[in-house]
Design a protein around this ligand. Sequence first.
Ligand SMILES: [Zn+2]
Length: 241
Amino acid sequence: MSKWAANTSEIRDNGFGTSRNGKTIEGAVLHHGAGTNVLDYVANANSRDSHPTYHVSDGGRVTGIVHPDRRPFSTSHSVDSVAVTFEIDNESTGGDWPVSDKALSAVIDVIVDHARQSGYKVIGKNTPGKDQPDLFFVAWHQQYVQTACPGPYVLGKIDWIIREANARLNNHSQASNNVGQEGDDMYLIQIKGKANARRGGLYAVIKGEAKFIGGTAPAGVPVFTDEAQIKALQAVIPGLK
Ligand SMILES: [Zn+2]
């Protein structure tokens, strides 16, 4: 059983979507609304049968559309059966299809909430065609079907979204409110390398960059042993060896 993310302001679940057929939530798929207010469109019957799990307004207001226990209709792909999906309103239409900082911050809170509900310790970028069982994946529409969605602006923010989501997932003080800039948060992670490998150990991640500390990790520090998981972390945290 899944719950609506804690930062959901309103629920407008009109019964769209369908069963997940026993599948559980393993990640999130991002879409942009291609409009500045598509809430009414996605909450009601529409010609594209577009009904995400969440709609996020330009002001960062989150509305629940299809209960997370059910499969949303967003991506025209089976990924929807294992994902929560977002339609994010654009700040303005056309160009690089910008969305607001507040909207992205709200999206990150929802992602973190569902990663936690599903028991994940790491949030990572979806790699098409690759099974990434240890990551709560963040994907976007274009990875599955030919579409401009979610637009160049959101695509340019993916790495930042994932860094920020991991910082919040690990309960560290939220990074600065300036989207795209890392805050002053610091957290510890430990990588267990293969036997005799010249890597691994305890790292402090400061402003998004890993510094090797060595020694033994204090209790509560997440330890990563899986190669795929470590690779995914290395992709988003520079300095991790
Ligand atoms: Zn889309």
